[in-house]
Write a protein that binds this ligand. Structure first.
Ligand SMILES: Nc1ncnc2c1ncn2[C@@H]1O[C@H](COP(=O)(O)OP(=O)(O)OP(=O)(O)O)[C@@H](O)[C@H]1O
Ligand SMILES: [Mg+2]
Length: 218
């Protein structure tokens, strides 16, 4: 699974009131596997937009994305969806947990979607590592913001994705938990030779980073 994720002349714009608005300035970048990549920059610089493009959920206006030798931008819609399901673990900026489901059920559901039985024990182990072993029966409404973030991260890491994309995964965490998550992400990149890309404003993540990209407003 050790291929680089490569952006080749990627940019993104939207139409706003009939005029083109740049949401991500032109970007050329190689995100290497096995290291912790951290993306920073001011609010509105396009960090979430970049992750949406890398996760193939938003199409770039221009440019190409490669994973090793594979041109991801050339995939047909069904192949894109399948590639995403097999390769991408995602932690969103705001919680996308389902209120009716317990923490344990979140792990079971994602293991099922990804078709990985091993993801159940791996996800439960991650929850324990993140100090949430006693929250398996809790529902998201009974969790703090920081606990929800760690559930989402355990879910994303559980099926060993070759690419992990995390949008401000430590934003709701105290310093000690932020450092624990930063070290877990760095260790994950090394152990699995995965491409790990985190958007953050957090000192703990920048301190743990091997490679830093600072985006500017387009
Ligand atoms: N679908 C959209 N339609 C119009 N404008 C958009 C859309 N998505 C993003 N934008 C704009 O694109 C710019 C980049 O947004 P983005 O969410 O990527 O920023 P960000 O760097 O993640 O900011 P933050 O640190 O606040 O999360 C912003 O000016 C935002 O308003
Ligand atoms: Mg954002």
């Amino acid at each position: 699974m050790s291929a680089a994720l490569i952006l080749d002349h990627i940019s993104h714009s939207v139409l706003e009131a009939g005029a083109e608005k740049r949401t991500l300035a032109m970007l050329n970048r190689r995100f290497e596997p096995g290291v912790l990549n951290v993306v920073g920059g001011p609010s509105g610089a396009g960090k979430t937009t970049l992750l949406s493009i890398l996760s193939l959920t938003v199409q770039a206006t221009q440019g190409m994305i490669l994973f090793g030798e594979t041109n991801l931008t050339a995939l047909k819609p069904a192949a894109t969806k399948e590639w995403r399901r097999r390769h991408i673990g995602m932690v969103f900026q705001t919680s996308r947990l389902v209120n009716l489901m317990s923490v344990r059920e979140h792990i079971l559901l994602s293991a099922r979607i990804r078709g990985s039985g091993a993801a159940i024990s791996e996800g439960l182990k991650r929850l324990k590592d993140f100090g949430l072993g006693d929250k398996l029966d809790a529902r998201p409404g009974q969790l703090s913001g920081g606990e929800k973030q760690r559930v989402a991260l355990a879910q994303a890491l559980s099926f060993d994705p070759p690419v992990l994309l995390a949008d401000e995964p430590t934003a709701a965490l105290d310093q000690q938990n932020a450092e624990l998550v930063a070290q877990s992400l760095r260790a994950y990149a090394r152990e699995k030779q995965a491409v790990v890309i985190c958007v953050s404003h957090d000192r703990a993540l920048f301190d743990a980073a091997d490679d830093i990209l600072k985006l500017e407003k387009a």
